[in-house]
Design a protein around this ligand. Structure first.
Ligand code: AHG
Ligand code: MN
Ligand code: MN
Length: 333
C-alpha cells in the first residue's frame, strides 16, 4: 500500500531539482480532488447541481460545481508558497500568486461539466511548469506559454465509479485510487501502458459532414474494418474528455475532437486539456496529434487557444494522419 505522497517522495530523486515543492503542489491537487469528490457525490442533495447563472471566457454557462472547483483550486494554489501563478479554464487571465514560487499550474477545474447533472463521470485536468521569469517577481504570460514539451508534471482526476488520480512527470504514467476510509490516494496502476490495439473509438460525429474529406474517409474505413474484424471496435463517447481518455488509456482506444469547416481549431483547449493528455498519451506509448503535428510540439500562443485533438495508439493515429495527408474525398470511393 503506497500512498501518493510516499510514491512522490520515493520518485522525488528522479524529479530533478525538486525541493519537495512538487510534492506539495501535488498534495494541494489531491486535497482539491478529495473535496471536489465529496461535493460532487452529494450535489443533488445540497443544491449544487445546475447553472450558476454566469457565462465564462469560453462563452459557456458556468455550472455551480465548475465555480466551486475553480474557487477551491485558486484558494489552494494561492496559499502554496511554491506556486507563482495559475491559469484556469474558468479565468480569462492568468493569476499571479506567490512571486517567490518556482512553478505555475494550469488546470481545467471540472472537465465534462455538461455531464454533472446526469451522473456521468467528470474530471479535473492539470499541467505544471517551472517558471522562466525571475523568481521574486510576479509571474508572466511567458511562464504559461512555454509549450507542451516544457511541462514538468501533468495529469487528471477522474470522479467516476471511484476517484482516480493519474499523472506523469516524464517517468511513465502512474494511477492512484482514493481510499475514502483513509482519505488517501493509494497506488493502483503503476507504469500504465496504452494497449496497441483499439477496443474503442470515441468521437462526436454530429458534424462529420464538416470534417476534412480525409477524416470522413478514415471513419468510412473504420466502419469497413469493423465489418470483417474478429473483434470490432465499439463506439464509446460520454462527452467528458477525462472519462473517455481514461477508458481508452486502460483498454486501448482512439479519442478525437477534430476541427470543422466552421471551427477549424476544434473545441478542446491546448494548454490545460490537449498538452497534459498528449503527454500522458506519449508516456503510455501512444501518439497525440492535431492531425498533422504532435500536440506537444505545437507552440502556445494564448492560454485559451483551441486545437484539434487526436489521442490513441500509434498505429491508429498513423492511419488517421495518412488519410488526412491524402485527403481523398469520400464520394470518389
Ligand atoms: P469542459 O466541460 O471542461 O468544457 O470540457 C468539455 C469538453 C470535453 O470534456 C469533452 O470531450 C468535450 O467537451 C465534449 O464536447 P461535445 O459535447 O461537443 O462532444
Ligand atoms: Mn474540459
Ligand atoms: Mn471545464
Amino acid at each position: 500500500m503506497v500512498t501518493l505522497e510516499q510514491f512522490i517522495v520515493d520518485k522525488q530523486q528522479e524529479f530533478e531539482g525538486a525541493s519537495g515543492a512538487f510534492s506539495k503542489i501535488l498534495r494541494d491537487l489531491s486535497l482539491g480532488a478529495k473535496l471536489i469528490s465529496f461535493y460532487l457525490r452529494r450535489a443533488s442533495l445540497t443544491g449544487l447541481l445546475g447553472e450558476l447563472g454566469l457565462t465564462n471566457i469560453q462563452g459557456e454557462s458556468v455550472q455551480k460545481l465548475d465555480h466551486l472547483a475553480n474557487t477551491l483550486f485558486i484558494r489552494l494554489f494561492s496559499q502554496n508558497p511554491h506556486v507563482a501563478g495559475l491559469a484556469s479554464e474558468e479565468e480569462e487571465h492568468f493569476i499571479a500568486t506567490n512571486p517567490h514560487g518556482k512553478y505555475v499550474v494550469l488546470f481545467d477545474p471540472l472537465d465534462g461539466s455538461s455531464n454533472i447533472d446526469v451522473g456521468v463521470p467528470v474530471g479535473t485536468i492539470f499541467s505544471i511548469y517551472r517558471r522562466v521569469s525571475p523568481v521574486g517577481s510576479p509571474c508572466e504570460a511567458r511562464d504559461f506559454l512555454q509549450g507542451g514539451r516544457a511541462q514538468v508534471a501533468a495529469g487528471y482526476v477522474l470522479y467516476g465509479t471511484s476517484t482516480l488520480l493519474f499523472y506523469t512527470t516524464g517517468q511513465g504514467v502512474h494511477g492512484f485510487t482514493l481510499e475514502p476510509a483513509a482519505g488517501e490516494f493509494l497506488l493502483t496502476y503503476p507504469q500504465v501502458q496504452m494497449p496497441a490495439q483499439c477496443a474503442f473509438y470515441s468521437f462526436n460525429d454530429n458534424q462529420l459532414h464538416e470534417w476534412a474529406p480525409g477524416l470522413q474517409r478514415y471513419v468510412q474505413d473504420l466502419h469497413a474494418r469493423n465489418r470483417t474484424a474478429a473483434k470490432p471496435q465499439s463506439l464509446r463517447y460520454v462527452g467528458s474528455l477525462v472519462a473517455d481518455f481514461h477508458r481508452n488509456l486502460l483498454k486501448g482506444g482512439l479519442f478525437m475532437y477534430p476541427g470543422t469547416v466552421k471551427k477549424p481549431e476544434g473545441k478542446l483547449r491546448l494548454l490545460y486539456e490537449a498538452y497534459p493528455m498528449a503527454w500522458l498519451t506519449e508516456q503510455a506509448g501512444g501518439k497525440a496529434t492535431d492531425g498533422q503535428k504532435p500536440i506537444l510540439d505545437l507552440p502556445a500562443q494564448n492560454i485559451h487557444q483551441r486545437v484539434p485533438l487526436f489521442l490513441g495508439p500509434a498505429e491508429e493515429i498513423n492511419r488517421i494522419t495518412t488519410f488526412l495527408s491524402e485527403n481523398v474525398p469520400v464520394e470518389t470511393l
